[in-house]
Design a protein around this ligand. Structure first.
Ligand code: BTN
Length: 243
């Protein structure tokens, strides 16, 4: 594997929007990466903004084309990306106990240190995923957060950001086409922050409370409800844990 191109900028609106715009004008056949030191309009899931101050975090987006013989399945990719990312983070920060919050967040001590946003670009003819654009945001030494995030987010610890981002890119580019290897879900389940905990899941504007029971083989989350029934989510977001 090799990376086709790497674009590094000081400040952008969002590496994710830039990657998607690039994809609509170029045929991309190898992983292509956009990195910025600072984003003015970084975004995450559910239309939320992603706080991206200069010099303290890592913000990058990778265009990952589907292998020619096997279209990517977007649903399973986010858990795989999370495991690949945490695998690299553990090498840089061996003392830290990273956890996954379903589906796309990386946590340390119940505070968010990173988010992953996976967006699929579909080929209209075959209706399969032509490419993914995966956006990764990590708070490395970020300490000061806006009021609304103060209790919820934190940084990890000082690190060489250049070295870290190059290792992350390498790890993802080399392994993403093996996304459905069961070892990824196994690791994801082992370090899940929510399994066995009381959770609230936000889906289509509705909040549903229960106990997180299982991460299914397709990455979906199953919770048990107060009445003993279970409910499985293919999308949505855990908004509260252990409350
Ligand atoms: C989330 O928390 O829901 C996902 C956050 C993803 C943030 C990254 S930072 C790089 C890339 N550019 C963006 O605008 N978003 C992603």
């Amino acid at each position: 594997h090799f990376t086709n191109r790497l674009y590094v900028k000081d400040q952008v609106s969002s590496t994710q929007s830039i990657a998607k715009a690039f994809l609509s004008h170029h045929l991309v056949t190898a992983p292509t990466v956009f990195i910025a030191d600072h984003q003015t309009a970084g975004y995450g899931r559910q239309g939320r903004s992603f706080y991206s101050p200069a010099a303290t975090g890592l913000y990058f987006s990778m265009i990952l084309p589907s292998p020619t013989d096997r279209p990517l399945q977007a649903g399973l990719m986010t858990t795989t990306f999370a495991v690949l990312i945490v695998g690299v983070l553990k090498q840089f920060f061996p003392a830290q106990d990273f956890q996954y919050k379903w589906v796309n967040d990386v946590y340390l001590d119940y505070k968010k240190v990173g988010g992953i946003l996976t967006e699929a670009v579909v080929d209209l003819e075959s209706r399969t995923t032509a490419s993914l654009v995966v956006g990764i945001g990590l708070n490395i030494t970020t300490k000061k957060f806006p009021l609304a995030l103060k209790e919820k987010a934190t940084g990890i610890a000082p690190a060489d950001r250049n070295l870290l981002v190059s290792r992350l890119i390498e790890e993802i580019a080399n392994n993403y086409s093996d996304y459905d290897n069961p070892q990824y879900l196994k690791k994801y389940r082992q370090a899940s922050m929510i399994l066995g905990q009381k959770v609230e899941v936000l889906v289509n504007g509705e909040v549903i409370a229960g106990t997180a029971k299982k991460i299914e083989n397709d990455g979906a989350l199953t919770i048990s409800l107060a009445d003993g029934k279970t409910k499985t989510f293919n999308s949505g977001e855990v908004v509260k844990v252990n409350f």
